[in-house]
Design a protein around this ligand. Structure first.
Ligand code: AMP
Length: 281
């Protein structure tokens, strides 16, 4: 596996990987990799000849009060996992390599959708995400870029950005990979203390309870969302931020639940913010 830490090394590596007209599939990550990230490498491999990944904890998407300094990192382990998974190139830039002149003067606004759902609780977060993804797409010029459906709003906004700004890259997504007890895998799960870890699967259980009611024929949004809220409220260490039923592409709230409607949740478990979602099908 090639490892690039500078823009110059990245450019050189990409020239060699593209030899013979091979297509490139990019998976951007913030590292501290788990099976969810690695599953996206496989998705990229289905859609492109060569899989490349980036590991960059992007300061622009963290508010001053958030966990930038403590975000978990393990570069050696990440590189070994990427290599085992058949990734051809890992890009691990420093903050100075990504933002040579300091914070960029121009950023990508996430618009109204960027202020809803998670954006309502994390002002500026999606602008930071879109700006770094735009930069990574500019640096790699991949044929396809792959994102996880765990970060539903992020994936939706990236699709909108690529469409609205004619970025000419295909966006693919991969399903949520979960622990055996249903908890969606996340690098931030490493923060959970044991009693929090024991309660955290309640988010998925809450979504699954609502899906059961949907399967029984319940179509009323309030009833399904009450099921979610009540299940999470039973956990002493959990504090719900939102539970919403949204359209899968626009993420607009829906009045009536239909096939394809997504139930989306964000909740604190202790001091760790967790997100999850489930598509009703
Ligand atoms: P992150 O390192 O958290 O920025 O995530 C990098 C990519 O992995 C994003 O596209 C996430 O949506 C995706 N991802 C994170 N957790 C999971 C998961 N449990 N299942 C599938 N994809 C995931």
């Amino acid at each position: 596996m090639l490892v690039a830490r500078t823009r110059a090394e990245l450019t050189e590596a990409l020239v060699s990987l593209r030899a013979g007209g091979r297509s490139v599939g990019l998976v951007p990550t913030m590292g501290f990799l788990h099976q969810g990230h690695l599953s996206l490498m496989d998705v990229a491999g289905v859609h492109a000849d060569v899989v490349v990944a980036s590991i960059f904890v992007n300061p622009l998407q963290f508010a001053p009060s958030e966990d930038l300094a403590s975000y978990p990192r393990d570069e050696g382990r990440d590189l070994a996992l990427l290599e085992q998974r058949g990734v051809a190139l890992a890009f691990l830039p420093s903050v100075e390599q990504m933002y040579p002149g300091g914070d960029p003067q121009v950023a990508v606004s996430a618009g109204a959708l960027g202020r809803r759902l998670c954006g309502a609780f994390r002002p500026g977060h999606f602008q930071g995400v879109l700006t770094v993804v735009a930069k990574l797409l500019g640096l790699f010029r991949p044929d396809v870029a792959v994102f996880g459906r765990k970060d539903l709003q992020q994936a939706a906004l990236i699709r909108i950005m690529v469409r609205d700004l004619e970025m000419g890259v295909r966006i693919e997504t991969g399903p949520i990979v979960r622990e055996a007890d249903g908890l969606a895998m996340s690098s931030r799960n490493a923060y959970l203390r044991s009693e929090e870890r024991a309660q955290a699967p309640a988010i998925f259980q809450a979504l699954s309870d609502a899906r059961e009611r949907w399967d029984e024929g319940v179509r009323d949004v309030d009833k399904l969302l009450s099921t979610v809220r009540n299940r999470i409220a039973r956990q002493g260490l959990m504090d719900l931020q939102y539970a919403e039923a949204v359209h899968p592409q626009t993420l607009e709230s829906v009045d009536r639940v239909n096939v394809g409607t997504v139930l989306a949740v964000a909740a604190y478990c202790g001091t760790t913010r967790l997100i999850d979602n489930l598509e009703l099908s």
